[in-house]
Ligand binder design. Structure first.
Ligand code: C2E
Ligand code: MG
Ligand code: MG
Ligand code: MG
Length: 278
């Protein structure tokens, strides 16, 4: 009896694995089709001055215009894209589209941040390929910045250091994304000569103005450290005016989040500007 029950369990388990494998295959072939049909596009979220909301730049965030499932955010497909090796192809498609938007999106002095998955840094020619691409689009290196997560730095520090050096020498600034959530030591900020740290939104969500509760002490420490190392700081995921004011009182100057604007397509952003004029 016990044996029969065990076998049954194994069969159920098998079936689930089978089902999962099929789903994975489906999303994989879906992704390949989507790459050929260019279904990926960037949305843009403003990066603003906290004191008055003036836009200093944008972060490009990829969306998949799925023919049946609608507009998908990276959470719905990035892990499969990464596991199946199509991450880089998708990223380059998004970068390409982003650079094509820059002429209409940016006002003088503004920039666009691009998210680079850690995989890119396995390629020694990354900086060359990127610099060639922006040159071919007539985009100045000062108009684009690169966001990397701590994971990328840990994976291949030697090579990344070289790629960063060459990008920086050519005028491309680099930001460390989701700061505070990973394992990298503070010395990495210096070692990789980063320009910006982006404080992860998990530290912003429980900021409080009236006391030292929540993540106040952590944010205060990151700001002090960044000031000492002359790093720019961007606070991510600001959803309320109370969070904005708490950050200002701690000395933060730049941020992004739903409180200011959600990510939107270029068309939606341009339409919003027309409304401003009307
Ligand atoms: P990230 O680079 O840390 O981007 C910030 C994420 O937070 C975005 O999610 C953004 O929509 C979301 N966000 C912004 N403000 C708020 C807020 O006030 N509240 C909340 N709850 N969320 C906010 P999204 O667009 O879903 O992207 C998720 C992640 O996917 C990104 O995190 C980034 O790691 C990755 N990603 C996005 N675009 C690309 C890309 O083109 N290439 C690569 N390799 N990764 C990308
Ligand atoms: Mg980012
Ligand atoms: Mg982030
Ligand atoms: Mg993130």
């Amino acid at each position: 009896r016990a044996k029969a029950g065990g076998r049954h369990r194994i069969e159920v388990f098998d079936e689930q694995l089978h089902e999962q494998a099929l789903q994975l295959l489906e999303v994989e072939s879906d992704l390949r089709r989507a790459i050929t049909r260019q279904e990926f596009e960037p949305y843009f979220q403003p990066i603003v001055r906290l004191v008055d909301g003036a836009v200093v730049g944008y972060e490009a965030l990829m969306r998949w215009n799925h023919p049946e499932r609608g507009v998908l955010a990276p959470g719905a497909f990035l892990h499969v894209a990464d596991a199946s090796g199509s991450m880089e192809a998708i990223d380059w498609q998004v970068f390409d589209r982003t650079l094509d938007c820059i002429g209409r999106l940016l006002q003088p002095g503004q920039y666009v941040n691009l998210n680079f998955s850690p995989r890119h840094f396995r390629s020694l020619e990354l900086d060359q390929r990127f610099l060639q691409l922006i040159a071919s689009k007539g985009v100045s290196p000062s108009q684009v910045r690169i966001e990397v997560t701590e994971g990328a730095l840990l994976e291949n520090p030697e090579q990344i250091g070289q790629v960063f050096n060459r990008l920086r020498e050519n005028g491309v600034l680099i930001a460390l994304d989701d700061f505070g959530t990973g394992y990298s030591s503070l010395s990495y900020l210096h070692r990789f000569k980063l320009h910006t740290v982006k404080i992860d939104r998990s530290f912003i969500s429980d900021l409080r103005l009236e006391d030292e509760g929540g993540s106040t002490a952590v944010v205060r420490a990151i700001l002090a450290l960044s000031r000492a190392q002359r790093l720019e700081v961007v606070a991510e995921g600001i959803e309320t005016d109370a969070q904005r004011r708490a950050l200002l009182s701690l000395g933060a100057e730049i941020g992004q989040g739903y409180f200011f604007a959600k990510p939107a397509s270029l068309d939606a952003i341009l339409a919003g500007r027309k409304d401003d004029l009307a």
